[in-house]
Design a protein around this ligand. Structure first.
Ligand code: ASC
Length: 168
């Protein structure tokens, strides 16, 4: 009896995994239960995932730096992840991926109407993150600590201008 229930549960699990894989392929993204079908919405949702990854990597870095003796490998790995993501960021904002595509998007229209300003802000992030990653790769924990503020400043500079302000 238990064996049969186990088999049924296993089969159901296999089926749901299979469906999830199929859904991922068909819909490209399914984050927090949200699905996107149009190219603009897919880009907006993928972008949201990527910013969550960036936030998580920055948090992991900062949490490590707060420890008495930070693990240099964790510092280097999280800074490297930030550099990779920051380098990809210019591809995350295709035209048509704003609120018109995903109403929950926090991307303001000036990202596209003030493309030069937005590109400058994203270049600044890349510069700050590259410094962060170099210091981290060199194991210079004090240097990394000092570079956290300009890096966070680059995040914030862009948010203040190009991201929808939260109500509170
Ligand atoms: C983070 C995160 C951001 C930035 C920003 C820096 O960890 O998720 O959006 O740092 O708060 O000012």
């Amino acid at each position: 009896m238990g064996g049969r229930i186990g088999y049924a549960a296993g089969a159901a699990l296999a089926l749901s995994v299979g469906l999830a894989v199929a859904a991922t392929g068909a819909l490209a993204h399914n984050t927090h239960g949200e699905t996107a079908t149009t190219p603009g919405a897919k880009a907006a949702l993928a972008r949201h995932d990527n910013f969550e990854r960036m936030g998580a990597a920055f948090k992991r870095l900062n949490d490590e730096l707060r420890k008495g003796s930070p693990d240099k490998a964790v510092v280097a790995q999280s800074a490297g992840q930030l550099k990779t993501l920051a380098g990809q960021m210019p591809t995350w904002f295709p035209r048509g991926s704003g609120q018109e595509a995903r109403p929950k998007s926090e991307a303001k229209a000036n990202i596209w109407t003030d493309a030069a300003g937005f590109n400058a802000a994203s270049s600044n992030l890349q510069v700050q993150v590259a410094k962060l990653q170099q210091l981290a790769a060199a194991g210079d924990i004090e240097g990394v600590k000092a570079q956290v503020r300009p890096t966070g400043g680059a995040c914030k500079g862009c948010h203040d201008k190009y991201r929808v302000q939260k109500e509170s």
